[in-house]
Design a protein around this ligand. Sequence first.
Ligand code: TMP
Ligand code: ASP
Length: 247
Amino acid sequence: MTSSKNSKDLVQGDMIYEGKAKRLYATDDPNKTIIEYKDSFTAFNGEKRAEMSGKGRLNNLISSAVFEYLAGSDVPSHFIERIDENRQAAVRVKILPLEVVVRNITTGSLCKRLGVQEGIKLKRPLLEFYYKDDALGDPLVTEDHAILFGWSTEEDLFQIKRMTMRVNDLLKNLFSSLGIVLVDFKLEFGKDGSGQLLLSDEISPDTCRFWDSSTGDRLDKDRFRKDLGDVLGAYEEIWRRLSERNK
Ligand code: TMP
Ligand code: ASP
């Protein structure tokens, strides 16, 4: 970090970006941002929306705990520390316009797109890239698309693949110890001011699929996408298991 100032003393400045689930603020340190988690749910590229009080808090708590766990295994990320219930301090990065998806078990858009059966345990993790563009509906792309259209360099893509597979191994272990199957998830990467590649964005039930190991219950945003009910109860359950692990 370029500044030794405690992140809790960061002075929050102007909002620099508002996404579907988070707001990003400038701070008095040009290399740091404050991320505020909102109580909004959206799915299907924003077509379906809802507000649920307490959702932002849960995702902030969960994502902070997951990034802390990854930091313990030396995964370089934007995460600095949680500030309060809804906010965290992070390194200011320029996000690459790629969503990196890892699948361990078939479900979701993979089954829709290719007509493959749901719930198949894959022999090895399946890696996919999506081009982050709301107007295009975040299309599936190949590595060549990413390199040739300048969304990533070949070197960064190599690091991204390595880091993503490592994160998959670490998160599979973490969640398996909590009685949860990590079915699939999405990662984003950014570059800090000195050009270092950092795992960025969030890791939460919004961006992962979690199935209870014994009951198969869905403990993630699919409860919202598919109207399965008790959406926040599932997020609460993920947080309960994660926080008890640290006791
Ligand atoms: P998918 O099966 O809908 O493609 O989703 C794969 C994984 O990526 C799943 O864990 C949910 C996550 N995801 C996001 O985080 N953001 C998105 O916009 C989408 C479509 C999926
Ligand atoms: N994140 C996307 C949206 O909010 C899609 C999804 O997660 O299903 O529209």
